[in-house]
Design a protein around this ligand. Structure first.
Ligand code: SF4
Length: 723
């Protein structure tokens, strides 16, 4: 139960926001959200409490304009402070993370009658490693001197530039003009160059490092440790729950989480818990790994048995990898496809045998690396930066070895009866038309089990929110994919939108002649129709395939092409900036984008007055992961189309439609150029739970109107004469 003092503090916080933010209105839906979050978090768990029925979890669908960030943050801050928990706010996009860090958190710190500290958590690789920076910077300084006296014709154009960048980084850092954070660099640094001055967990000597006190990552880590509110992202949270306390983030047991854009958490979990490695690639780095062990042992005068052990494991692994490569080549089985999937159940004997040997040898090499790391750390104090440099080199190979072991653990995993299977496949990567490397890939078909065990069961409390958690009018898909469906009594809330959808927007389904399944005719018709559809200031056209997007672009008349910005022709940020600038000049502008433009793009007012959805976004059914998911649903007597394809397409449709109205003042329309939404029975399912726009279904001349599935979904439909 929320205590009286907590209720009082929440009320005072809301009053402070009303007084401090001009135009701030705390509407009833936001108040409902604040109450639901506070109530849920009043049941947050003690650290040693067993996983229960889920009453510490709140699942909130709240669209644009509902004020969901304050609706969650205010009660979560109060409850976390009062119950002595840490608060972690996690989002999936950089833009939203910036909004929390640069806008929302500072506003709350300024206005609330509640003191709290805040820090942004980022991965280690966002920071320079002082040891590597010193080494690279000094080397660059030396090379710069050499270059000044050398024959410049012998140097590539790139060399002096890279040397200058590395030298500048070191000079700026030493002079205190730069703090070592990649995001605070005055000019961007290319990934390949940045890799030379940063490190990962395996390459870091931690408290034994001679540069520990000057280390930007360690300083950031300390700030995060001391902060009441930590702003993170989903990838970081997933790494943290997988690392068992070795992460920069607080342990789940002492944390209240707020997940914004939570609809993407399940997909990120699948990606995070999957693994893959190249066969030839592994054979190549194995040699480098053995050399790194030899150099470390000889450099620090360690036990030479480590060199022998690493060679033995590496040779065993190399022979198994070569055998695997030979068998894949001999058995083929790709049938013109790029990927060859193994069905659920035992692997073919040749793959199983080679895999067991790779895993066994890999674990042997892993032990040698661990022992070596221990010895190097013991010498860290006397060996100084040499030890850190050795760890950094070893770390490069440890990461690859861990990944290879993860892959084979998944490939060879024995699952309990009834457990969701692991998708396992080999990908062929040809080089210049000739067979190149093979990638061994393994992925859980769902992240739900891991999320349940590692996150929801352990978290002290959590608020999971997004504008798109329901699909086809229910939370079912999200609950299944996120692992939250295992719990009996989480709190559910759908926050009412402040938009008057009826008066603000219309959804139009024109009388298209071509169905998207007839790709060429559909593309031609989209190209023919677009000039008439671009009749408002800002139009966003969403495609599901880059090929169709390019083909339609090629069909546009010259004047329309001139005002159209197509994804891939320039960075997304630049496209949006140019689009906004054109609208500000009172010109028209059209954005052509793929799925990334259907999410997280905020174009209020005239920046987006028309969203055109070219085709309903169904997932690619022939990816190995999708095939395995479908096979699993079928094996349980379900319909993959109804259980997976349609609900996922509904989420994407809702996200696309969501680009239109960003404020209560916005007006506009959505046009869907995929007639299947009204001609197919499942169209009605897709439309369930969509914003309550006026729906106009145009009739083709001389054609009868199909039973409007939108009406079947409960939406008010008006039919109109077509062209
Ligand atoms: S080795 Fe680790 S502690 Fe030392 S500077 Fe690099 S990242 Fe920081």
């Amino acid at each position: 139960m929320v205590r009286d003092d907590e209720k009082q503090l929440i009320r005072e916080c809301i009053d402070a926001l009303r007084q401090g933010i001009p135009g701030f209105k705390s509407r009833r839906p936001q108040m409902e959200m604040i109450a639901a979050v506070a109530n849920t978090l009043s049941r947050c768990r003690a650290e040693d409490e067993q996983a229960g029925n889920g009453d510490h979890l709140a699942i909130v669908e709240a669209g644009t304009g509902t004020g969901k960030s304050f609706g969650a943050l205010v009660p979560a801050l109060v409850m976390a402070k009062s119950r002595q928990k840490r608060l972690v706010v996690s989002s999936s996009t950089v833009a939203l993370q910036h909004q929390y860090a640069d806008k929302d958190a500072p506003t709350l710190q300024r206005l609330l009658p509640l003191q709290f500290s805040c820090a942004v958590a980022k991965g280690r690789r966002r920071y320079a490693c002082t040891v590597k920076l010193q080494a690279e910077g000094k080397l660059a300084g030396q090379r710069g001197l050499d270059l000044a006296t050398a024959d410049t014709a012998a140097c590539t154009d790139e060399t002096p530039r890279r040397i200058a960048v590395l030298r500048d980084l070191l000079v700026s850092f030493d002079a205190g003009r730069w703090n070592g954070d990649r995001d605070d660099l005055p000019i961007p640094v290319a990934d390949e160059l940045w890799d030379r001055v940063t490190t990962d967990r395996q390459g870091c000597s931690g408290s034994k490092c001679p540069e520990f006190s000057r280390c930007p990552f360690q300083a950031a880590r300390q700030r995060v440790k001391e902060a009441d509110l930590v702003i993170a992202n989903h990838d970081l949270v997933l790494s943290a729950i997988d690392m068992d306390g070795a992460s920069v983030l607080p342990a789940a047991q002492e944390t209240i989480y707020v997940f914004d854009e939570a609809h993407s958490l399940a997909a990120k979990a699948v990606e995070h818990f999957s693994a893959r490695h190249g066969i030839r690639g592994a054979i190549e780095w194995l040699d480098g790994a053995c050399n790194a062990v030899r150099d470390a042992v000889l450099g620090l005068r360690l036990d030479e048995k480590l060199i022998r052990d690493s060679r033995v494991s590496s040779e065993r692994m190399e022979s198994a990898l070569r055998e695997l490569h030979r068998c894949i080549h001999a058995t083929n089985g790709f049938e013109e496809k790029r990927a060859r999937r193994f069905k659920s159940g035992p692997l073919p004997a040749w793959c199983q045998g080679a895999g067991e040997q790779i895993l066994d040898a890999g674990e042997g090499l892993q032990k040698t690396f661990a022992l070596l790391r221990e010895h190097v750390l013991e010498r860290a104090a006397s060996a100084g930066t040499l030890a850190t440099q050795i760890l950094s080199v070893l770390g490069f190979y440890v990461v690859r070895l861990d990944n290879l072991i993860d892959t084979w653990e998944l490939m060879l995993a024995e699952l309990p009866d009834g457990a969701a299977p692991i998708a396992r496949w080999i990908e062929r990567h040809d080089e210049g038309g000739r067979p190149g490397d093979y990638l061994v890939c393994a992925s859980p078909i769902s992240g739900s089990d891991k999320l349940r065990k590692l996150l929801w069961n352990r978290a002290s409390g959590a608020v999971v929110m997004s504008a798109t958690l329901t699909s086809c009018g229910t939370f079912d898909l999200f609950l299944r994919q996120s692992g939250l469906g295992y719990f009996e009594t989480p709190t559910f809330l759908q926050v009412e939108s402040p938009f008057d959808f009826r008066s603000q927007a219309r959804l139009i389904v024109p009388a298209m002649r071509a169905e998207p399944t007839a790709a060429e005719q559909h593309t031609q018709e989209v190209g023919d129709r677009l000039p008439a559809l671009v009749d408002t200031p800002g139009t966003l056209v969403l495609f599901t395939s880059a090929r169709q997007m390019r083909d339609v672009y090629a069909l546009l008349p010259e004047d329309l092409r001139r005002i159209t910005l197509m994804q891939g022709s320039m960075p997304k940020g630049e496209m949006l900036a140019r689009h906004r600038a054109a609208i500000d000049r009172l010109d028209r502008s059209v954005l052509f984008g793929l799925s990334t433009f259907a999410e997280g793009v905020d174009l209020p007012g005239d920046y987006c007055t028309h969203v055109v959805i070219v085709k309903l976004a169904f997932s690619v059914p022939d990816s190995p992961l999708e095939e395995a998911r479908r096979e699993w649903v079928e094996s349980r007597g379900g319909s993959p189309f109804i259980e997976i394809t349609v609900p996922e397409a509904a989420v994407r449709l809702k996200q696309g439609i969501g680009r239109l109205l960003r404020t209560v003042h916005d007006r506009g329309r959505v046009t869907i150029l995929d007639r299947r939404i009204v001609t197919k029975r499942w169209g009605g399912l897709l439309m369930r739970g969509m914003p309550d726009f006026e729906v106009v279904i145009e009739r083709g001349r001389g054609r009868s109107v199909a039973t409007p599935s939108a009406a079947a979904a409960g939406l008010k439909v008006r039919t109109a004469g077509g062209p």
